[in-house]
Design a protein around this ligand. Structure first.
Ligand code: PEP
Length: 251
């Protein structure tokens, strides 16, 4: 729907030191009222930078998100971070189910669903990631995989306000490869259909991001695809100049 305000979110992954916070200020400083009326912008730095990033974002249109959370609010879980803590540090959203978490930490759809519910409990928007592997794409099972992940990873009670879905084909992440526009359109149309049938008007209004090798040079084409309501950006979100080049797709 043309009435969905897009979101461009940058996922810094395990990159960035305090010296990198200037990139957030630079994005915020360059992101004027015309652009911020058209697109929402978020940066998801690593956890140690969340609070200072949130401080750096005050007075700019940039909002701050986290990259993962534990399901519990507190307790004996050494090294983990609760959604309540993320919220307290200044995050308004958290990415859950990124393919790197699914692969490196064995997170299942059920784990991801529980994390999304925990995010909501703390008042965070859940940015729920899904996407097929290269093998699944080649085997022609992409739409089955996506449907299964959507069904398993998105909790009942998802609304356009509390949930964002990010389609990220694993083989396109950090590789410089992107699906064709018609392949993206096919997946996003299938996601929209499933979301509408399960969540009605909320599913129709939910933001569906594309992620995987989005760059300044391909953002305009990707963002123009039907049912693509913004982007989740990894590598090209680390430098303000690149990230602003992507945001310019909405300029
Ligand atoms: C990501 O990991 O969310 C991602 C989209 O990475 P990149 O833009 O670097 O492909």
């Amino acid at each position: 729907s043309a009435s969905i305000k897009p979101l461009v979110a940058g996922n810094w992954k395990m990159n960035g030191l305090r010296a990198s916070l200037g990139e957030i200020a630079a994005v915020g400083g360059d992101f004027g009222p015309t652009l911020s009326a058209r697109v929402d912008v978020m940066i998801c730095p690593p956890a140690p930078l969340l609070y200072t990033a949130a401080v750096a974002s005050v007075g700019t249109p940039v909002t701050i998100g986290a990259q993962d959370c534990h399901v519990a609010a507190s307790g004996a879980h050494t090294g983990d971070i609760s959604p309540e803590m993320l919220r307290d540090a200044g995050a308004s959203a958290v990415i859950v189910g990124h393919s790197e978490r699914r692969a490196d930490h064995g997170e299942s759809d059920e784990d991801v669903r529980a994390k999304a519910q925990a995010a909501w409990r703390a008042g965070l928007v859940a940015i729920i990631c899904l996407g097929e592997s290269e093998g699944e794409r080649k085997a022609g099972t992409t739409l089955d995989v996506i449907a299964r992940q959507l069904s398993g990873s998105v909790p009942d009670g998802a609304t356009a306000a509390n949930t964002v879905i990010a389609y990220e084909p694993i083989w396109a992440i950090g590789t410089g490869l992107t699906p064709t526009a018609s392949d993206v359109a096919e997946v996003h149309a299938a996601l929209r259909k499933d979301l509408e049938s399960r969540f009605g008007v909320e599913g129709a209004a939910m933001r569906l991001l594309y992620g995987g090798s989005v760059k300044p040079g391909n953002a305009a084409e990707l963002m123009a695809i039907a049912n693509v309501n913004g982007a989740l950006v990894g590598g090209a979100s680390l430098k303000a100049q690149d990230f602003l080049g992507i945001l310019a797709a909405y300029g």
